[in-house]
Structures are given as structure tokens and as C-alpha cells.
Design a protein around this ligand. Structure first.
Ligand code: GAL
Length: 691
């Protein structure tokens, strides 16, 4: 990302000098007759909406034929928004190509790994590497930028929509050709590629670049390094599309910031957002609450990771839902109070805008049962009343806008390549879930009332006192060196089973696991011993392991055993170890303990790292604490939501970088906002400067 791209945020066309949190939605007026548009604008003002994302799926309406354009309706909506003081985050409208395009140029359609063409009729039916698609998308982008660049409502560009949501892995001939080009750049020579892909195995040696294909459906497991490189390539191909649209927008409208909506949510893992984050002026994310007992924690985890992709700077929640979605097997509505709780959790983690999919619930189409700000029932509804209440809450919280998210002392490392490779086929178990393990650690932190950041490898890991790197599977030599240096400098590292196993080419580090960091951990493992679904194994610290075990040998006298297996073949063998290195340490957890077991382990590991709860005892576990500048957010983690009143005793300690005055804080700070399940306080302190 060029220097000039840094730190550009929205400008607020009306009241440019006032700090504010953004509030709004995807607005799809093309689904409604014109008379509804004025109703929309009025209701938006009632709700406190100050920004909408427009034209996301409007390609067919804007360009009804290859050389036909219709901007009249969009001109009118842009003007209407402006008249009502509502800023527009205008989409480039390239997310879903119109029927005339796919009929005339069927070569833009993506192909699945089985060789089947994916047909139009849904959305996002385009190949990321199609030169024909790119040409048409850039033509549309140019038209929009030239026409609306000067419009006073325009505050940001929204490139495409959720790039890669449905089309990240395309196996077409265009993809094959672009993949070869990408591989030539990565490896330079076929020899280097053959070496990296270990093509001596199964007679896969390539003698010509033209022989190389994406990992299409094969009789058995495709080459694992080819699979990894195809993941990298696919993420890069979409990033390339983002850059192409962005570069054009920057050229034509240099003052308007550019973003695209990421999907740091659930199991969506095609795009390496740590690698994408630098390509946008501000990070935007879409998040949809996962059902189940860890749903709130998963929301917080995703918001936290998004904040750290944004480098701690404010980010934009581009989409979430007021209530039910339409795309799960069973779509549960939100409970009373939950929508505001969920929204403010994002704000607590640095979001300076809270937006929904979508403004008015569709009467027809595939998403007609997806909730919206104005539901089918209309404005006389609990949802719209909650929406208006949230608008008021966000106005109260306007001083939060622009404040920096306070860094925690502990962090969980999140790495897309480890996620990809640890879950590839032909591995010790197909039951391993990378993100779930990271989330379980996060839940353990929250259960103990501890703050932890969720950070990509690009974050300043060195600044944390405690670093948990669950299933850090792919460890190239420079990363191993970095972890060694971290511990040598007094850092406390914790890692788990299946970590340090392979290098950047997905080749095993030989000599015993976890090869890349076994010296640092002071252990050696000869063989993995995953568990069957009905197996578990007890540890002598009262926890229970599932999924995976290892027979650990201690290789250094400084390695202590924190817990041992008590049953099965491994009875008496170490399960958890810790090697002290000067002021630092490196700990290892060789089995899956789940969040409750991890809380037991973490309680023992956090203390020596100096990581302590900043919450009073009675709130620990029930409430999540986050820090933004001088603000403290206390958010209920329970169902039903608990009312969180900051007790007199509340005296946060150890706020990183905070010049926190404990005597004054002992009086409890000043609540800025108290709602069901959420309390926001302003504490008498300067905006803490992150280290
Ligand atoms: C997102 C998408 C929106 C809408 C929403 C429904 O994936 O960007 O357009 O489909 O999901 O939850």
C-alpha cells in the first residue's frame, strides 16, 4: 500500500467538524418503487442513520446493456441522501455481473474443482482472473467514479462486495494460466517449484510450466504444496482485483477513501486478510453472529481480530444483522437487548461505524427472510424501536469516535496459512479445527476476566507479555527465529499440538516435532497420537484432553512438566510443559482441552507473565472489558444479559500504556451510557498511548 493510502477515514459531509460514529446499512432502493425512497429518507433520520452503502448489486440497473447507461435513478438517490444529511459509501457495483454480460461473455463464469461451470442466477458468478470480467468491471468503476466523484454525499468507495464470498476458488483455464504466472513469480524456475512441491513423490515432476494446473478434482489427494500455493494464489487473485479497482478510484478521486468489506466471521477463510489489510484506506468488516454457546465470544474474537488487522485504528462494521439471517439451517431472531449488545461489542473493539445488511427488508428475492433495520412489519415494530434506540446510543457515544483501542498485555496469534494447512486433507486427523482452538483460548481468557488481543503475525508480537499461538502449524525459519527472540527478551509464549510442524513449503521439519521450535520448548515428540471421536484422556490437573495427544520427551533440564496424562498409553507422560528461558518462557499444550480446560491452564500461565484481570472478581467471566482511549466498555456475555453496573470497587489495573490514576478510578469512573447488558464509562485518564 502506498504511503498516501494511510489513515484516510471518512469525511462527514454535513457537520464535518463533529466526531461521530457512523450508523446505517446497505441501502437497495432499486428493489422499491420511487415513492418509498422519501419514506426511507424520513425513517433513516428517525433512526439516526448517517451513512448508507449504495449500489452494491446495481450493475444491471446502472448498465442495462453493454453500451447503455442509466444513472438517473442513482443521481436522484444520491441527492436525496445528501438533502437528508446522509453520507454515501458508494459501491463500485461490480459484485454481480448482469445477464447481458454473462450471456455475451460466458467465459467470465467461474468453474468449480470438478470442472463444472457455475451459472448465473445467484450472485458473484465471475472469475477473479478473467481479463474480460476485469475490463467490464473497471469500465463500470470508471463511469461511477467520474460521475459521482464530485457528489457532495460521497464519503467513501466500497469496492465490489465481500470479495471471495462465493468465488474465491476458481479452477477455470483463466485461473490455470494466472496460477502459472503467479508460480513463475514465486519460484523463478521449474526446478525450484519441483523442489518446493516435492514432485518426486507420486511421479509428479513437471518439465514444462504448461503442465501445471490448479488442484482440480483428482482420483486422490492433490499435492499438498500445490493446494497451499493455490490458496495463496486465490487470495492474491482477489486482492489483485481489489487493487485494480482501488488504483482506478485513487487516480480519479484521490480524496475519497477506499474500502471493501472483509469477512472476518465464522469459518470464512479464503482470503488472507492479514495480507489484504494494507490495501484499503480503512478496514471494513461484515460479521454475522454464530448460533450456540460461544456466539458472543466469537463475535468479540472477530471484532478483536478485525481491530488488529486495522492496526488498532478505527474500523468500520459494514454489515451485521438486526435479527435473524436467512442462510443458516435454522435462523434464530435476536433476543431483546441483544442487537444493541452485539453492535456495541464491535464499537468496544474499535468500530467507528455500525451498519447492517440491510436498510429495508426485501419483499422478494433470496434474502426476503433476512432481518433489516425496517422489517416487513414496518416502523411499528420492536426491531425498528431497537434500531432507533441504537441510533440514540451511538449519538451518546460520539466522543468515542476516533479513540484508539487499548492494547491488552496478552495476545492470541491468528495465522491464515496455519489455518489452511492444518486443515488440509491427508493429515493425522480431519477433525482438527484451527479457528475453534483459537476461539477456545479466547473464551478461556474471557472466563478468567482477562483481556487478550487477537492478532495476525504482522502485528507487533514483541509488545505482548503473553503470546498464545494455538496450532501455529506453518513455521518458516524466520518465524521460529522471531519466537526465539521473543522468549529470549522475556516474553512468555504458549503453543499447542501440531505447531511448528512444517515450513513455508509445507515440508515437515525433521528430527522430531514440533520441529521448528522444539529447542525453544525443550521437548521432542516422535509421533502424533490423535484420538478417535469417542476417546478422551484425563490429565492430573483435572482437565480432559480430546482430539489429539502426543508422547512428549523432555530435552532440556529447564523444561518443567505442568501436567501429566493419567490414563491410556500415555499415563505418566507429560501433557503440558514449560521451559523457562531467563525472564521468559515457552509452554506447550499437547492435547485439545476445550475452553474450560484451557482456563485452568491459562490461570497458571498468565500469572508468571504478569497478566492479571482488570475486573472486580464478581464481574469476571460474566462481563467482557474493553478499552478505547479513556473509555471502558463492560459488556454482558450471558443470556439473558446481565445489567452491568460498574461497582464502586472498579479499579482497572495494568491498562497497557495507560496513565491510569488508580485513586480517582477507585470511585468508579463516570458512566457515559448504561443500557441492558452494556455499560460504557469514561475514566479520569488521558487517552492511553499504546506501546
Ligand atoms: C453478506 C452480503 C450481503 C447479504 C448478507 C446477508 O454476505 O454481503 O449482501 O447477502 O450477507 O447476511
Amino acid at each position: 500500500m502506498g504511503e498516501h493510502r494511510d489513515h484516510r477515514w471518512l469525511r462527514w459531509p454535513s457537520e464535518p467538524d463533529r466526531a461521530r460514529l457512523g450508523y446505517g446499512a446497505d441501502y437497495n432502493p432499486e428493489q422499491w418503487p420511487r415513492q418509498v425512497w422519501r419514506e426511507d429518507a424520513r425513517a433513516m433520520r428517525t433512526a439516526g442513520v448517517n451513512i448508507v452503502s449504495l449500489a452494491i448489486f446495481s450493475w444491471a440497473r446502472i448498465q442495462p446493456g453493454e453500451d447503455e447507461w442509466d444513472f438517473a435513478w442513482l443521481d436522484e438517490v444520491m441527492d436525496l441522501m445528501h438533502e437528508n444529511g446522509i453520507a454515501v459509501d458508494l459501491a463500485t457495483a461490480t459484485a454481480s455481473p448482469p445477464p447481458w454480460l454473462t450471456t455475451r461473455y460466458p467465459e467470465v463464469l467461474p468453474v468449480d474443482h470438478d470442472g463444472h461451470r457455475l451459472w448465473p442466477g445467484g450472485r458473484q458468478h465471475w472469475r477473479p482472473t478473467s481479463p474480460v470480467f476485469r475490463r467490464h468491471a473497471l469500465r463500470l468503476t470508471r463511469e461511477l467514479a467520474q460521475r459521482y466523484g464530485p457528489h457532495p454525499a460521497l464519503t467513501a468507495w466500497h469496492v465490489s462486495n465481500e470479495l471471495g464470498c462465493h468465488n474465491v476458488h476458481d479452477y477455470s483455464d483463466d485461473a490455470a494460466s494466472a496460477f502459472r504466472t503467479w508460480l513463475r513469480t514465486r519460484y523463478g524456475s521449474l526446478d525450484a517449484l519441483n523442489q518446493a512441491w516435492a514432485t518426486a513423490f507420486w511421479s509428479q515432476h513437471y518439465s514444462d510450466w504448461a503442465q501445471i494446473l490448479p488442484p482440480r478434482l483428482a482420483p486422490t489427494y492433490p499435492n499438498p504444496t500445490q493446494q497451499l500455493d493455490f490458496r495463496r494464489f486465490s487470495s492474491d487473485a482477489l486482492k489483485d482485483h481489489l487493487r485494480a479497482e482501488r488504483d482506478l478510484l485513487v487516480e480519479l478521486t484521490p480524496d475519497i477513501p477506499v474500502t471493501t468489506n472483509f469477512m472476518v466471521t465464522g469459518d470464512s477463510n479464503g482470503m488472507d486478510y492479514a495480507d489484504w489489510a494494507g490495501e484499503v484506506d480503512f478496514v471494513a468488516n461484515d460479521h454475522y453472529l454464530a448460533p450456540g454457546p460461544q456466539g458472543y465470544d466469537e463475535l468479540s474474537f472477530s471484532a478483536n481480530l478485525t481491530a488488529n488487522l486495522a492496526g488498532g485504528r478505527p474500523w468500520f462494521l459494514m454489515e451485521h444483522s438486526t435479527s435473524a439471517v436467512n442462510w443458516r439451517p435454522v435462523n434464530l431472531p435476536k433476543r431483546p437487548g441483544q442487537m444493541i449488545r452485539d453492535s456495541l461489542t464491535h464499537v468496544a473493539h474499535g468500530a467507528d461505524a455500525v451498519c447492517f445488511f440491510q436498510w429495508r427488508q426485501s419483499a422478494a428475492g433470496a434474502e426476503k427472510y433476512h432481518s433489516a433495520m425496517v422489517p416487513h412489519a414496518g416502523e411499528d415494530s420492536d426491531v425498528f424501536r431497537a434500531v432507533t434506540g441504537l441510533g440514540a446510543a451511538l449519538r451518546t457515544l460520539a466522543p468515542v469516535a476516533g479513540t484508539t483501542r487499548g492494547r491488552a498485555r496478552a495476545a492470541i496469534v491468528f495465522d491464515w496459512e496455519s489455518w489452511w494447512v492444518a486443515e488440509l486433507d491427508s493429515s493425522p486427523t480431519d477433525r482438527l479445527r484451527y479457528r475453534q482452538e483459537a476461539l477456545d483460548w479466547y473464551t478461556a481468557f474471557l472466563d478468567l476476566g482477562l483481556r487478550a488481543d487477537v492478532v495476525p503475525l504482522t502485528a507487533p508480537l514483541e509488545d505482548y507479555d503473553l503470546l498464545v499461538a494455538p496450532i501455529l502449524h506453518v513455521v518458516p525459519r524466520p518465524l521460529a527465529d522471531r519466537l526465539r527472540a521473543y522468549v529470549a527478551a522475556g516474553g512468555h509464549l504458549v503453543t499447542t499440538y501440531f505447531s511448528g510442524t512444517v515450513d513455508e513449503n509445507n515440508h515437515v521439519w525433521l528430527g522430531g516435532y514440533p520441529g521448528a521450535i522444539r529447542d525453544l520448548l525443550g521437548i521432542r515428540v516422535q509421533e502424533f497420537a490423535p484420538l478417535a471421536d469417542d476417546q478422551s484422556v484425563a490429565l492430573d490437573n483435572g482437565t480432559t484432553g480430546t482430539l489429539w495427544t502426543e508422547r512428549i520427551e523432555l530435552t532440556d533440564s529447564a523444561t518443567e512438566v505442568l501436567a501429566r496424562y493419567t490414563g491410556g498409553d500415555l499415563a505418566g507422560h507429560p501433557a503440558l510443559t514449560r521451559r523457562v528461558v531467563g525472564d521468559g518462557s515457552a509452554a506447550y499444550v499437547s492435547t485439545r482441552l476445550g475452553s474450560a480446560g484451557l482456563a485452568t491452564v491459562l490461570a497458571a500461565l498468565a500469572e508468571p507473565a504478569g497478566v492479571r484481570s482488570e475486573l472486580p472478581e464478581d464481574l469476571r467471566g460474566r462481563v467482557e472489558l474493553t478499552v478505547r482511549g479513556p473509555f471502558r466498555f463492560l459488556i454482558s456475555r450471558t443470556d439473558p444479559l446481565v445489567d452491568v453496573t460498574a461497582p464502586e470497587s472498579f479499579a482497572p489495573v495494568g491498562v497497557v500504556g495507560g496513565e491510569f490514576d488508580r485513586d480517582q478510578a477507585g470511585s468508579g469512573g463516570t458512566p457515559v451510557l448504561q443500557l441492558r447488558g452494556v455499560t460504557v464509562m469514561r475514566v479520569p485518564a488521558e487517552d492511553p498511548v499504546p506501546r
